[in-house]
Design a protein around this ligand. Sequence first.
Ligand SMILES: CC(C)(C)CCc1c(C(=O)O)[nH]c(=O)[nH]c1=O
Length: 308
Amino acid sequence: MSVETKISNKIFDNCLMNASGAKCMTFEDLSKLKNSESGTWITKSCTISSREGNPSPRYVDLKLGSINSMGLPNLGFQFYLDYVLDEHKLGNDHLFFSIAGLSLEENMEMLNKINSSDFQGWVELNLSCPNIQGKPQTGYDFERTEEVLDKIFSFYSKPLGVKLPPYFDIAHFEIVADILNQYPLQFVTCINSIGNALYIEDESVVIKPKNGFGGIGGAYIKPTALANVRMFYKLLRNDISIIGCGGVETGKDVFEHLLCGASMVQIGTQLMKEDISVFSRLLTELKTIMKAKNYKSLNDFKGKLKEL
Ligand SMILES: CC(C)(C)CCc1c(C(=O)O)[nH]c(=O)[nH]c1=O
């Protein structure tokens, strides 16, 4: 039995990786991920300059998930470029590099540098990156998304995918899929946290930034994550792989993301709660499910969600 998977022309030993943002900011974080059971790993979304991010408490684990307003803390673009280039020298060309520039110019600057570097892995462009003041995040500003992808694909020639915020309206799925289908994207990651949720404990918010408003992850968001994976699996070109993210706590949750059409599954909140042993547990649980159903490989069930 195999839990191998493929994104564009690269095969991974297994279909699990961390979600950008979860335990992937420092060299120590990244080394632990590299040496974990995950099939690959991704860096924390970065900006050109390093950032402290928001004041704490800015991330809180909840019974049914998590809430965060980290504020894009990261060690700065050059740190992550140096990191992935060191990995390239060690022969690791299958890791993911997340960027979330604070402007289109910043994203272009980072992508120009990556384009002319020896990096051979994938870039995950975080479309939850902030937009012009007063406008919604880029992923919710469809004209802006088209403009950003136009500019990027006018010069960027290496494998690239986008991390999408959750959508809810069928018309939005269709508009976004039509835009994405115009570009040579290798993958789409669905979903980022569900933005601006509010969690209350003892008559108070639980995180300091943004009056307690933060992105929600974990079990709360699995139904929405699965719907986004399924929708984009159906609407996007077959050569665009779907990476599922959202609400994965067990092997059954991984199985459900794969059933919806995901080729790779990212773990965020549960990685924050359980640390990197989560990958071996999830792989064991997934293999148990596959064995019980006599599935030999992911292709036996990937995308084959039954409808009534
Ligand atoms: C929300 C942004 C700060 C603009 C991007 C970084 C990010 C963060 C973050 O760094 O606060 N948290 C998330 O759950 N998703 C993200 O994409």
